[in-house]
Design a protein around this ligand. Structure first.
Ligand code: HEM
Length: 508
């Protein structure tokens, strides 16, 4: 026998043995059901965008708890309220970890940030710290003026083009700039989007470039996360790109910290998150390091901007496709807020229909359709199946929130379903746009303030129409936060009330 033949035979035998071992071990282990896997790749070839739709199709065939082998990693997908309940009650602590993807090493301070860090003392401290310094009602009240100011700038911008009649406006970038400016002002006292002065500053340009790269890289999935051997060769330069991005973001945020240190006492930055954290650094320097502060800025930028902006875009798209809902919301605002003032964040609590519009938007178009991946810190069980240690666990919230077994007329946009507490009693495990359990979104209240205030003000101040008879295309594009495939454009015209409110009053 020639040496090549011996080699081929040995390889074949190794492959047969590998497949046999896999079949025997997986059948013995009572793992959740799974499609037939390819050697080495497993089910990687099945993953097509948008991922939540692919996983939904697989769940139709393999059940509400199924598993996939993604190269060297094990993924479990749950798509029913009962399995979600198990994840976030008896397994909540075990599943409170996050899986590690290489991006988190170079751009997420070696997996030490609030969003990426493992469950434990460090994460608990970050969570407590961010609750006190950013998300508490005291801090949210202190930053109320920032949100009012940014929304009133948005209203003026739209008013300028639409005071004399209907004008076409592109809303995707308008909402994105709104949320970035709100978050950056709350954290660092900075506006990087909008007026000319901001547009032209070198720092602003660097920031916008960094954000663009960050979001582009975050969207692309990296095969080396599932086939680690690829990391050794960095075949497409991905690791080099994320290392460069990591250094650039670090440099920019370090600059903000230096600026805060040298401008202590400046009124513009008196109440920013960085100022508060630096004062804590003075008393406990070993814990409140610059790295912790930079990690927090970064997580909040990533988690708190696009999510809210995209939800605003979906909500307005739904209103344009359902003019009767828009009119009902306007009537509610007229009745409960009146004709003399702009809606305030505090008013939103007494506007049930506006809140129902937000809930219904988040039900059909959750900004994080698969939540954020969890990881099992030890073996656990879901639905009687064994979930191995380090398995990635994903919740298909999108599928549950559209399940016709759980919702009447599931695919129609009907805010009325949430009115007067209808659907409220049993909805905890069937409506979870902000996640559940220990790792649930800490920014929920802030997000709801921004959503309620912005939508309320847009409805009060403008008339809205579609750019043509055709309904707005509601197809989802590719991306972490379920964007619309077509950025939203609409026709807007300042209403009588809008003319009065925007030109005279706005907020003091
Ligand atoms: C409509 C807007 C938003 C939606 C739909 C949303 C949704 C979510 C979801 C689903 C998770 C993951 C939950 C899980 O692990 O199961 C999450 C985590 C997180 N969100 Fe939000 N979010 C929004 C806005 C915000 C805002 C405004 C902020 C901050 C300003 C924020 C900060 C965070 C952080 C820091 C985490 C990570 C928490 C952790 O890992 O411990 N989010 N969000």
């Amino acid at each position: 026998m020639k040496i090549e033949e011996i080699l081929i035979y040995s390889l074949l035998w190794a492959l047969i043995l590998w497949v046999a071992t896999k079949v025997i071990t997986s059948t013995h282990k009572n793992h959740p059901p799974s499609p037939l896997a390819l050697p080495i790749l497993g089910h990687l070839h099945l993953l097509k965008e948008p991922l939540h739709r692919t996983l939904f199709t697989l769940s139709q065939k393999h059940g509400h708890i199924f598993s996939l082998k993604l190269g060297s990693r094990f993924l479990v997908v749950v798509s029913s309220p009962s399995s979600v309940q198990e994840c976030f009650t008896k397994n909540d602590i075990v599943l409170a970890n996050r899986p590690r993807f290489i991006m988190g090493k170079y751009v997420g301070y070696n997996y030490t940030t609030l969003g990426l860090g493992p469950y434990g003392d460090h994460w608990r401290n970050l969570r407590r710290l961010s609750t006190i310094e950013i998300f508490s009602s005291t801090r949210l009240n202190m930053s109320l003026d920032i949100r009012r100011d940014e929304v009133s700038r948005l209203l003026r911008r739209l008013y300028q083009v639409s005071a004399d009649g209907f004008a076409k406006v592109e809303l995707k970038s308008v909402f994105s700039e709104l949320t970035f400016n709100i978050i950056m002002r709350m954290m660092a006292g900075k506006r990087y989007y909008g007026d000319e002065a901001t547009q032209n500053s070198d720092e602003g340009r660097r920031f916008r470039k960094m954000i663009k790269e960050l979001f582009e890289l975050a969207v692309s999935s990296y095969p080396g996360d599932f086939l680690p051997i690829l990391q050794l060769v960095d075949y497409d330069g991905y690791i080099k790109r994320i290392k460069d991005l990591g250094s650039k973001t670090d440099e920019l945020m370090q600059g903000m910290i230096h600026e805060h240190r040298s401008n202590k006492g400046d009124l513009n930055i008196k109440n920013t998150m960085i100022t508060h954290l630096l004062s804590m650094q003075e008393s406990q320097p070993e814990y409140y390091t610059d790295e912790i502060i930079k990690g927090l800025i970064q997580v909040i930028l990533n988690a708190g901007t696009d999510t809210t902006a995209i939800t605003l875009e979906w909500a307005m798209s739904n209103l344009l496709n359902n003019p009767h809902v828009l009119e009902k919301a306007r009537a509610e605002l007229d009745k409960l807020v009146g004709q003399e003032k702009l809606v305030e964040e505090a008013d939103v609590a007494k506007l049930p229909y506006l809140q129902s519009i937000i809930s219904e938007t988040l039900r059909l178009y959750p900004a994080a359709p698969l939540l954020v991946p969890h990881s099992a810190s030890e073996i656990c069980s879901i639905g009687g199946y064994e979930i191995p240690k380090d398995a990635i666990v994903m919740v298909n919230a999108w599928a549950i929130q559209r399940d016709p077994k759980l919702w009447d007329d599931a695919l129609s946009f009907k805010p009325e379903r949430f009115e007067e507490g209808k659907e409220m009693s049993d909805q905890i495990y069937k409506l979870m746009p902000f996640g559940l359990g220990r790792r649930a979104c800490p920014g929920m209240v802030l997000a709801q303030h921004v959503l309620g205030l912005t939508l309320g003000a847009l409805i009060q101040c403008f008339e809205w129409e579609r750019v043509s008879e055709k309904k707005i295309d509601m197809t989802e594009g590719q991306g972490l936060t379920m964007p619309k495939v077509q950025p939203l454009e609409a026709m807007c015209k300042a209403s009588q009330l809008g003319k009065k409110l925007v030109s005279e009053v706005v907020w003091d």
